[in-house]
Design a protein around this ligand. Structure first.
Ligand code: TRP
Length: 423
């Protein structure tokens, strides 16, 4: 499969030059069949996409199994989120440590982030935030959200002012996910670093413990890369250390839990190596699979093609049109054939997206059975997805319109989030 087209399907909005640059950056041999997953590239030559079992093995993380979900339910008294039930968050590091702490009434905190590369956020960008919102509700813990405008200046050649503006605009979409303002701190790296010496101090401490050889091994940096890129991983690592936020944690050493896409794991492999050297706990992680593109992973997408994803600004009509026209179908060529052979849910974007967004397990299973048996046609399945997406995006837009600049500023003030060492 053509690597560039495949990559495009994961990164709608990325130009061909950017993708080629990524590939050469990593020195990827396009002839080998190995999945390559770094923060900048997701490459797979497999028909159904990335082989997640292999990835777990390669990264050395642990699959989220039934027993962990059972323990989760027992301790929290809450049924696991659909993302956990359906293997969307599929891998972890040290989640049992976090549950131990919770069981003992000891604190931990959540950390996630967003690279504000453009104003147009799409559905895939919401996954981690939706999940964090739920975790925050279940565990009632502080959440810090890093918006990496500095990263996007380095990788996307944005101007400083433009990057900061995007950080604020994207924060509105983040806030629209419903975070508790009393327990959530959002920060732009560019803005926060100046007045918060502990942040910068931790960045430098981390930098002092990581060699160029290590980051080259982890991220594939080459000698012609800007030094800012080589130093940046420390900036993404720092929020995983509680001492970065003295106004929240008062200098205490607190366990961190990071929900993120598996592509972000390289940053935190590095962080987990460094944290003990600085006398702090290794951050725990929950990893999600990638959100599939509307066209599935087989069709060519163009950077300037707004039909490649559902954006959070799309109207109900646009959602309907895009799904009907572009959602890859696992259905058969003719109705007769479909009735006889049935559809293939594994490659069908509508079904795959419903797995992310349809809450009702019974209904999802019913749709799967009906589609697989051929009783249900592609158009009918698409209709189910359209209904779910229109409701979801419509509600998001309503909440986003309420997230004014003033509210964004409130989330961005360094402040006490009611953290207590013992509950
Ligand atoms: N680098 C991430 C991106 O480009 C943003 C980010 C910063 C992040 N800190 C994080 C993502 C922590 C997940 C967890 O999107």
């Amino acid at each position: 499969m053509n690597t560039i087209n495949y990559l495009r399907s994961f990164f709608p909005g990325r130009t061909e030059e950017e993708i080629i640059e990524d590939l050469s950056l990593l020195g990827i041999d396009k002839e080998t069949g190995e999945d390559i997953v770094t923060p900048w590239t997701v490459q797979s030559d497999h028909e159904t996409g990335v082989d997640y079992d292999k990835l777990i093995e390669k990264f050395g993380s642990t699959r989220i199994e039934e027993d962990l979900l059972k323990r989760f339910e027992k301790i929290t008294g809450r049924a696991p989120h659909r993302f956990l039930r359906r293997g969307i968050f599929f891998s972890h590091r040290d989640m049992n440590t976090v549950l131990d702490l919770y069981e003992q009434g000891k604190p931990f905190y959540l950390y996630t982030g967003r690279g504000p590369s453009s104003e147009a956020m799409h559905l895939g960008h919401l996954i981690s935030f939706m999940f964090c919102k739920w975790l925050q509700d279940v565990f009632d813990v502080p959440l810090v959200i890093q918006v990496t405008d500095d990263e996007k200046l380095l990788w996307k050649n944005l101007e400083v002012k433009e990057a900061i503006k995007l950080a604020h605009e994207n924060s509105k979409d983040i806030i629209a996910c419903g975070f508790n303002p009393d327990k959530t701190f959002i920060f732009s790296n560019f803005e926060h670093i100046g007045n918060n010496p502990e942040f910068y101090q931790n960045i430098i401490l981390i930098q002092s413990k990581v060699t160029f050889n290590q980051v080259r091994g982890i991220f594939g940096f080459v000698e012609s890369d800007a030094i800012g890129k080589i130093a940046f991983p420390a900036t993404q690592a720092a929020p995983a250390l509680s001492t970065t936020f003295p106004f929240i944690f008062k200098g205490e050493k607190v366990q961190c839990l990071i929900p993120c896409g598996i592509d972000q794991d390289p940053y935190f492999r590095m962080t987990r190596d460094v944290a003990p050297k600085l006398g702090l706990p290794k951050p725990a992680l929950l990893h999600s699979i990638f959100f599939p593109a509307l066209q599935g992973s087989r069709t060519k997408m163009s950077a300037s093609d707004s039909t490649s994803a559902i954006f959070l600004t799309d109207s109900a009509e646009q959602i309907k049109d895009k799904v009907n026209k572009y959602a890859f179908s696992g259905g058969r060529a003719t109705v007769e054939e479909h009735r006889k052979e049935g559809g293939d849910c594994e490659v069908d974007t509508s079904y795959q997206w419903l797995k992310f967004f349809l809450e009702d397990d019974q209904k999802l299973e019913e749709l799967r059975k009906k589609y697989t048996s051929g009783e249900m046609l592609t158009g009918e399945l698409k209709k189910e997805l359209i209904d779910v997406l229109q409701a979801l995006v419509g509600e998001h837009q309503k909440r986003r319109s309420e997230a004014t600049d003033e509210i964004v500023n409130k989330f961005m003030v360094p402040r006490d989030l009611g953290f207590a060492l013992n509950k």
